[in-house]
Design a binder for this molecule. Structure first.
Ligand code: WTA
Length: 648
């Protein structure tokens, strides 16, 4: 190949995909027999030729104070308005409307951290009473009215969903800041949102419990709000600088999470559903609070971590509460697989359905989740989505399609993805070639804008592939997700990680996930994270960080096994420069591995602020392992390394 040809190939190089296609696993018959969605025509009903009217089906899961007249208004593109003309209240839909049939049924079951403290079941009636009292306090004591913003900074306690629903009752906009964030991060978000009130657990100006006594037994009528009014803001990081307040609507968002919770998660009112996420993240908003409660399910929330006091805690809770739908993230699954690989069979629980969310799940880990946690009886949905998207984008429909470990599955009904290359050319559907995944069409769960910064909203999510910025036609505004992905021949999507996380080795773009997945095929490995290191010859080369399962000792042999696995599964191009066996990975409080910190260490760059990590102490241990003892002068790294692996 001539030099010119070669450089052309390199400049056009797409993200390479080496991942082997896994075998299908079919949903068991008893699951299909009881599933909410068994009609294969759902994809036709939600086809582009029926867009946007198809989403009436989701809107009709809700109770409207005034029915809407326009499904989708695009006049302010790309700020979409759904179900225009409608009036609705989210608190009414998640609480009041269930009272006639389910007032004595548990809405929320709260499991406190100390195991000797009993769990608390809050019935729909009790939830109704508490939400009303809290709404009365906010309205009459704090002077809150529709449209005001309220910041909530709380750990996983029942007062958190109660306060969210109380805000929603008044038409006020809540902004929940994850309890693990510092006062400073919380302050930035309060300022950005222009919140009038902060509700928190640590000593502030008033004690809510005391003030609440004055509002005992008070009732507050739910305020009918325009469908497109904001329900909440959810701040997401991702880039440095000002936090992005993703603004979600009442009608569109609630319809979308109710629809996806019903059909993708198969939630019925009689199910006991447990999502282990924190309510401070979008997963908790959509799939602990709003989705399940809109469907009158019993939603379990717990305080603490799954591995304390031991790795059996999750399964004891599942057995005790008879949980049948279980939802967690790959990081937790890896953690449980590492700390207690043989725990699940010791407990008598039965999951019909399990969800995974938040990052690509390695097939090895998926198979353990299926076989050991699900006891081979549960379906698994691998749901790919984002804070911005409100609800699921890709997943199998659990009774309609087989599962394929490591793939998120096809798009969910009504979502129409397209993969573009860097130059805006469509990568042929089902070609197995990777590129930037986008969504062709708006959908009701999509966020409306970045609070107070429409320009940034357009620039970050729409500008890249928009053909005509003056257009009012949604077809001109594909939504840019920021993830690398490929679509296999069967239509299933595999997410390769954030496009910023791709490592370019000699012009060969490697998805971080496939290297990590290859490492996890090694028996001893519990977790793996790969980062780019500057290399004079090849531009970037991978550095691999791994942690071991208990009972294994670090050593050259394990390192070599990792190198060997990568070379055989991916190829010599991906051979890591180093393999570091670390005691633990630096993680965000939501459990995501902070590759940014590892990349900084590998390249002797400044690790930046690590105080918000779940385990900041591990950073120094890893730094010493990589850079040696003593003070190391950090240097400015190249641009791509500064943004590599930004935590989300
Ligand atoms: C990643 C979490 C692969 C992806 C709901 C996305 C996933 C980012 C998956 C959003 C999945 C989420 N498979 N990758 N099933 N789910 N991601 O905003 O990179 O915290 O863009 O929302 O997580 O993270 P966020």
């Amino acid at each position: 190949m001539s030099e010119a040809q070669e450089s052309l190939e390199l400049s056009e190089a797409q993200i390479a995909v080496h991942w082997r296609e896994e075998d299908y696993i079919y949903p068991p018959a008893p699951f299909i027999a009881q599933a909410n969605m068994t009609d294969p025509h759902i994809y036709e009903r939600f086809g582009l030729e029926h867009f946007p009217e198809c989403f009436k089906e989701y809107a009709d899961l809700l109770t409207w104070s005034q029915y809407w007249h326009t499904t989708l208004d695009t006049s302010d593109a790309p700020c979409w308005k759904w179900f225009v003309g409608g009036k609705i209240n989210a608190s009414y839909n998640c609480v009041d409307r269930h009272l006639a049939q389910y007032k004595n049924k548990a809405a929320i079951v709260y499991v406190p951290e100390p195991e000797n403290e009993p769990h608390v079941a809050i019935t729909y009636h009790e939830l109704y009473v508490r939400v009303n009292e809290m709404a009365a306090l906010l309205r009459d004591f704090a002077g809150i009215k529709a449209g005001d913003r309220i910041t909530i900074h709380m750990p996983m306690v029942p007062e958190l969903p109660v306060t969210m629903l109380a805000c929603a009752r008044l038409g006020a906009i809540h902004s929940v800041v994850f309890g693990g964030f510092s006062g400073q991060s919380c302050g930035e978000r309060i300022a950005d949102s222009g919140s009038r009130v902060l509700i928190t657990v640590a000593g502030r100006d008033y004690f809510v419990d005391e003030v609440l006594q004055d509002f005992a037994g008070k009732r507050v009528p739910p305020v009918p709000m325009p469908a497109e009014a904001p329900l909440f803001l959810m701040y997401t990081s991702g880039t440095t600088g000002r936090p992005k307040g993703c603004q979600h609507s009442i009608g569109g968002y609630l319809a979308y999470v109710a629809g996806t919770a019903k059909f993708v998660q198969d939630i019925h009112p009689e199910d006991v559903y447990w999502c282990m996420a924190d309510i401070g993240w979008i997963t908790g908003h959509s799939y602990i609070v709003y989705g399940p409660l809109a469907l009158a399910a019993t939603s379990v929330m717990y305080e603490g971590v799954p591995t304390y006091p031991d790795a059996g805690r999750a399964w004891r809770i599942a057995e005790r509460l008879d949980v049948n739908i279980f939802h967690t993230a790959p990081t937790t699954i890896r953690m449980l697989r590492k700390a207690g690989p043989d725990e699940p069979p010791k407990y008598n629980y039965h999951f019909k359905h399990m969800t995974t969310v938040g990052e690509p799940i390695e097939p090895e880990v998926w198979l353990w989740y299926h076989k050991v946690v699900g006891k081979g009886q549960a379906v698994i949905v691998d749901t790919w989505w984002q804070t911005e998207t409100g609800g699921f984008l890709c997943s199998t429909m659990p009774a309609l399609q087989p599962m394929k470990p490591g793939s998120a599955g096809p798009a969910v009904p009504g979502i129409h993805p397209v993969i573009y290359d860097e130059n805006g050319h469509e990568i042929p559907a089902g070609s197995g070639k990777a590129g930037n995944i986008c969504i062709r069409n708006p959908w009701p769960g999509a966020f409306q804008t970045i609070w107070g910064d429409r320009e940034r909203y357009v620039a970050t999510y729409y500008a890249k592939y928009c053909q005509n910025k003056d257009s009012k036609d949604w077809r001109d505004w594909p939504y840019f997700c920021g993830d690398g992905a490929m679509q296999a021949q069967d239509g299933y999507y595999r997410i390769l990680g954030r496009v910023d996380d791709v490592i370019n080795v000699a012009g060969h773009r490697l998805g971080t996930k496939e290297l990590e997945s290859a490492s996890l095929t090694v028996q001893e490995i519990a977790e793996a994270a790969v980062v780019p290191v500057v290399d004079e010859l090849r531009g970037r080369v991978p550095d691999m960080y791994v942690s071991l399962k208990p009972g294994y000792t670090p050593g050259k042999e394990v390192e070599q096994k990792v190198v060997h696995a990568i070379e055989t599964i991916i190829g010599p191009i991906a051979r890591p420069k180093h393999v570091y066996i670390v005691p633990d990975m630096p993680k965000t409080r939501s459990g995501k591995i902070m590759r940014r910190v590892l990349a900084a260490i590998s390249n002797t760059m400044n690790t930046g602020d690590v105080t918000t990590l779940a385990n900041p102490e591990v950073v120094e241990d890893i730094r010493k392992m990589v850079q040696g003892e003593g003070v190391v002068v950090t240097k400015e790294g190249p641009e791509d390394l500064k943004t590599f692996g930004e935590e989300r």
